[in-house]
Design a protein around this ligand. Structure first.
Ligand code: HEM
Length: 522
């Protein structure tokens, strides 16, 4: 009772304000600071205020004259924006200057310099002594910190030398029959499904499933059982969902990164097994039928000079890095390929004409590299489709030391620098009528598109340029070519069709609603 009275001692009405309605409100005394509490409170407030001022000052000191918000939102910066990125938001940022600044989750590596011009984007990509890829923040936990993709310098160059042998023409000629067979199976299934329900359906899931199946069989052949391929395919979405520019920093159960790590663990189990089985198959004299076997065989080639021993885990990590780098980008490229062709039937008609001519009307004949060599219009379309809607619009890099990117601006060490590709790929000087899809611009060797190859940044540039670019273009071309002769497809255009959603890569906002029907043989 005594303590109760002490706590409510301030409830004694004040004589100075007898008529105030507030006078009757009883305030517990613990809300009224004693002198030592007051000192503590004011000191804390002063420290917080000083930190906030420091944060703003550091931000403005680093930002210097570059475009970007004058003040940064305390602590989190533009974290909320980065959770739901929009193309419009990015474009506003890119168009604000060749270099511009944004800050996200301040006080971590959160000072970000965005480069939108071709000159600065390429400078970042080609300055390995100043900047290296840092992928998105979650990538290290998902891919494993010792994954080869995090290597830099000489050791990275050496690793890539081996990996380049997995994408030679000889290697691609092994993969193409697998790609052709899987594509036909999936297209037939799409037709069967459409026969049961003819309403237009989003191809987001079906195209992703086709890509995953193709990748797994090209990379691992039959060394992964159906059950393993299904598990990786089904869990892979958890990995895509964790690829945000900024994630919740701790991989606590229930977070996207946690789920992605579980998905990676499941995938690793199967991929390590596939690596082990490939070694056995080649040791027993098998000719390579997939990428892993091609790799093992290459290591034994008499002329091969590089490192000869790769553990099952290292090989699994490489294959996983390929899945990681390709699944979303390939799906984006393929889905926009289907959408662009449906929306521009005159281009689809030219692709079909080339297909029938080069295949001699035999549409059951599997595609080969030699046949594809004779299909320049198809290749030009694939290149142009990805120019108009680049699957990857930017790649985060991190400065390893102060980076004097222009004579009057040095990016501070440990900042994120993000080369963006969109403006290079839509530069009206290089690509007249830049928003229109015109495959012909790639068919004229003197066109400004062909004479300015430095602008075509769809696959990046410099030491980390996409290792799978030939394979990627080949696969998208093969799927669209085969679909064009086996099927007809109609696009249900919605108000969202031309809007973009960013799920690691770019996709039509409505998921691209298509209706497939069988196409009669010629
Ligand atoms: C349309 C499909 C694809 C697109 C648009 C694409 C785009 C890119 C881009 C922009 C980069 C970063 C380059 C840089 O930092 O300069 C990259 C890197 C990479 N890509 Fe691709 N990619 C695609 C498909 C593939 C495929 C199919 C594979 C493997 C089979 C692959 C494997 C990789 C790897 C391993 C890297 C990192 C290379 C390194 O750090 O040395 N990509 N890709």
């Amino acid at each position: 009772m005594a303590s109760f009275l002490r706590h409510y001692s301030s409830s004694i009405p004040s004589p100075s304000s007898p008529s105030s309605p507030l006078a009757d409100i009883r305030v517990p005394s613990f809300f009224l600071p004693t002198s030592s509490q007051a000192t503590w409170l004011y000191t804390t407030l002063a420290i917080v205020a000083a930190l906030l001022v420091l944060e703003q000052s550091v931000y403005r000191y680093k930002k210097k004259h570059l475009p970007g918000a004058t003040w940064t939102i305390p602590i989190i910066g533009k974290f909320a924006d980065s959770m739901k990125p929009t193309m419009e938001g990015y474009m506003a940022q890119w168009n604000s200057g060749a270099l511009s600044v944004v800050s996200v989750f301040n006080m971590r590596v959160t000072f970000i310099v965005m480069a939108s011009s071709n000159q600065y984007s390429r400078k970042i990509l080609n300055s390995p002594t100043h900047a290296e890829p840092c992928l998105v923040h979650s990538a290290k936990s998902i891919l494993m910190p010792d994954n080869w993709v995090f290597l830099t310098g000489k050791i990275h160059v050496e690793y890539r030398r081996v990996l380049n042998t997995l994408f030679t023409r000889k290697a691609l000629s092994i993969y193409i029959s697998i790609q052709d067979a899987i594509t036909r199976n999936h297209l037939n299934q799409w037709l069967k499904d459409a026969a049961k329900d003819s309403s237009p359906k989003s191809i987001m899931k079906t195209a992703r499933a086709l890509n995953m199946q193709t990748s797994l069989r090209v990379f691992c052949g039959n060394h992964i059982p159906e059950e393993g391929a299904a598990e990786i395919s089904q869990k892979y979405w958890d990995i895509t969902r964790a690829l945000e520019l900024v994630n919740f920093p701790l991989a606590l159960p229930g977070t996207k990164v946690y789920k992605a790590i579980q998905a990676r663990k499941a995938a690793f189990k199967w991929l390590e097994m596939a690596a082990a089985k490939s070694k056995i198959a080649v040791a027993e004299g098998a000719e390579p039928e997939c990428m892993l076997e091609q790799w093992v065989k290459e290591l034994q080639a008499p002329g091969y000079k590089g490192r000869k021993d790769f553990s099952d885990r290292e090989m699994a990590m490489v294959i996983f890095s390929f899945l990681f780098a390709s699944q979303d980008a390939m799906s984006s490229g393929l889905i926009y390929g289907f959408q662009h062709l449906a929306d521009q039937p005159e281009i689809l008609a030219k692709i079909r004409e080339e297909q029938y001519r080069v295949r001699g009307n035999d549409i059951d004949k599997p595609l080969t590299l030699e046949l594809l060599d004779e299909m320049p219009y198809l290749k030009a379309f694939v290149k142009e489709s990805m120019r108009v809607k680049p699957p990857v619009t930017m790649v985060p890099y991190r400065t390893t030391k102060p980076f004097p990117i222009t004579p009057d601006y040095t990016v501070p060490a440990s900042s994120m620098v993000i080369p963006s590709f969109y403006n290079s790929l839509h530069d009206p000087q290089v690509y007249p009528d830049h928003d229109s899809l015109i495959p012909e611009r790639w068919l004229d060797s003197n066109s400004s598109a062909n004479t300015n190859p430095q602008n075509y940044l769809v696959f990046g540039s410099g030491p980390h340029k996409c290792v799978g670019l030939e394979y990627a273009q080949l696969n998208i071309a093969l799927v669209l070519a085969t679909a064009s002769v086996l099927t007809n497809w109609e696009h249900q255009i919605t108000p969202e069709s031309d809007k973009v959603q960013i799920i690691a890569t770019l996709f039509p906002k409505d998921g691209c609603l298509l209706k497939f029907t069988p196409r009669p043989k010629p």
